[in-house]
Write a protein that binds this ligand. Structure first.
Ligand SMILES: [Ca+2]
Length: 277
């Protein structure tokens, strides 16, 4: 006697498992540091698409023997797991591994920036200076370099504190530079940074071209409390299709309301802006 489900169980191929234990980013000078929050990988085995996997990932692959793997790093855009996308300014990792059915093969994945990756801005504040500058601030607001613990290590960060006062406090931190030459053809432009904030922080772009200037709110970052969080933003939507002479300034803005008491503020570290040329 046979039944289709039994037959299926008997003939189902048995996968090998790829386990990616760790990921890192290897940077050259002027590409920033290895800070990252790679959230998963896109995997191809012998040119066949296997899938997209969030970490921790135990990836079933129905192949055995020496298998060619191509692995793309993936990130969550705007902190949303629903926008899980390949971080295209980094190289695909091409490697070969020996796979055997039922067995686990472990891999440590190192990614590098593509040779045509342009890093327009990177800042880690380790020299205790910054090109991020307060554009508008009110009496009593302080913006300064401080040491904090991030990913278990002490590091210099850019910090803004609002002290108690009887007025609403507001600050706009801006990139000192107006960026020019960003691709307007739909190429992805990734801005990544670490942030810890007691107040919501508005990420925005100021666009300037031929005498016109506009303020474009991009993403409102919710309070993270005492936790540092790394964000990846794709600026393509506000850059694509703009006039060729458009300049962009990046702004981080925050308010402290009258009703909020105590020393509140936010801190930034490990900023990087990259795209493909
Ligand atoms: Ca730092």
């Amino acid at each position: 006697m046979t039944c289709s489900s039994c037959q299926k169980a008997e003939t189902s191929p048995i996968p090998a498992y790829l386990i990616i234990d760790s990921t890192r980013i290897v940077c050259q000078q002027d590409q920033g540091n290895g800070s990252h929050d790679i959230a998963g990988v896109q995997v191809f085995a012998n040119q066949e698409f296997i899938g997209n996997f969030l970490f921790p990932a135990r990836i079933p692959i129905l192949k055995s023997g020496l298998v060619a793997l191509s692995i793309n790093p993936m990130i969550r855009i705007n902190g949303a797991s629903s926008q899980f996308t390949v971080f295209r300014t980094l190289n695909t990792l091409d490697t070969s591994v020996l796979l055997e059915a039922t067995k686990e093969t472990h891999l440590s994945a190192a990614f590098r920036f593509k040779s045509n990756a342009q890093i327009d801005w990177q800042e880690d504040f380790e020299d205790q200076s910054s090109t991020l500058v307060p554009l508008s601030r009110q009496k009593g607001d302080t913006a300064y370099m401080a040491q904090e613990t991030l990913r278990g290590a002490s590091t210099w960060v850019y910090r803004v504190d609002f002290e108690d006062s009887d007025t609403t406090k507001k600050i706009d931190l801006g990139s000192f530079r107006n960026f020019m030459g960003w691709p307007k053809d739909g190429t992805e432009i990734f801005l990544e940074f670490d942030i810890r904030c007691d107040v919501p922080v508005q990420l925005a772009l100021r666009r300037k071209s031929a005498g016109n200037s506009s303020y474009v709110p991009y993403l409102l970052l919710n309070k993270t409390g005492n936790q540092w969080k790394r964000f990846y933003c794709n600026l393509v939507y506000e850059v694509s299709g703009q006039a060729p002479d458009t300049e962009f300034q990046i702004l981080f803005s925050a308010d402290k309301l009258n009703s909020e008491t105590g020393s509140l503020g936010f801190a930034l570290d490990n900023i990087r802006l990259s795209y493909l040329n």
